[in-house]
Design a protein around this ligand. Structure first.
Ligand SMILES: CC(C)(COP(=O)(O)OP(=O)(O)OC[C@H]1O[C@@H](n2cnc3c(N)ncnc32)[C@H](O)[C@@H]1OP(=O)(O)O)[C@@H](O)C(=O)NCCC(=O)NCCS
Length: 223
């Protein structure tokens, strides 16, 4: 079925929560939702808690003006509803580093009891330190910054991740900006294939190596 990209809408929130949860299930989510906190789940289902928390965070960030795009699978014959299969959320160039803003955001969301808040804040602190190591103290303020990219795991390798990243890069290029991200091992091959380069040695986040990567807008790479 054909894939189409469009801006995210409020009605997509629940599905984006599920996609984020399922895409990060074997990596970061394991440390945010550890077994010793399962008994603190208000719903009795930590995986539901995670989907709801992710949905609320993504929608709040979208309403705060962070560009958020989804790819939908559209039935060719017009029958049935479109299905959201992946999304990307970006931070526009701004004075506050995305990670330190995220620490401030923690108070804005309802955090489930099954979420290890200290681990979440620790992750944001590592991200801020590594972003500054790669870009300098205010380098992020000149970049489009990819906050989150996730594809429904049942839909991998259909080109959905590439569509989403490329769309963000096209927007960044139009605005005359470079782009930055912190890649998971899963995302790194995709980012290399669209022109991102490694900047620093990898660092550990939730026990997994992560990579600071930079993409230069076309006119600066040809200079
Ligand atoms: C990373 C992710 C977004 C890729 O989504 P996707 O829709 O499967 O990616 P695409 O189909 O657009 O792949 C584009 C290219 O990226 C590379 N690529 C994608 N997944 C890859 C993998 N697992 N291993 C190696 N290369 C990969 C390939 O070059 C691929 O092109 P090809 O299929 O023609 O060989 C998806 O695997 C995901 O959501 N992972 C979990 C969450 C995550 O790690 N997000 C990134 C956070 S920075």
């Amino acid at each position: 079925m054909p894939l189409q990209l469009r801006p995210a809408q409020d009605a997509d929130g629940a599905k984006l929560g599920l996609i984020g949860r399922d895409a990060f299930r074997d990596t970061l989510s394991r440390s945010f939702f550890p077994p010793h906190l399962y008994s603190k789940s208000e719903t009795g289902d930590p995986s539901l808690d995670e989907a709801q928390w992710r949905a609320a965070r993504t929608m709040r960030r979208m309403r705060d003006g962070k560009p958020t795009f989804v790819v939908v699978d559209v039935p060719e014959d017009g029958s049935g509803a479109e299905e959201v299969v992946g999304f990307a959320q970006w931070e526009l160039p701004q004075a506050t580093p995305p990670a330190s803003e995220a620490v401030a955001e923690v108070d804005k969301d309802t955090l489930p009891g099954s979420l290890d808040q200290e681990k979440l804040i620790e992750m944001y602190a590592i991200l801020e330190k590594e972003t500054k190591r790669a870009l300098g103290p205010d380098g992020h303020s000149k970049m489009w910054y990819l906050l989150l990219l996730a594809v429904d795991p049942t839909q991998y390798r259909r080109g959905i991740g590439r569509m989403l990243v490329q769309h963000g890069l096209d927007q960044a290029a139009k605005a005359g900006k470079d782009a930055f991200l912190v890649a998971t091992p899963n995302g790194r091959g995709l980012y290399l294939s669209v022109g991102f380069c490694d900047m620093e040695e990898p660092f550990l986040l939730g026990g997994t190596p992560h990579y600071s990567m930079l993409w230069r807008k076309p006119d600066s790479t040809s200079a």
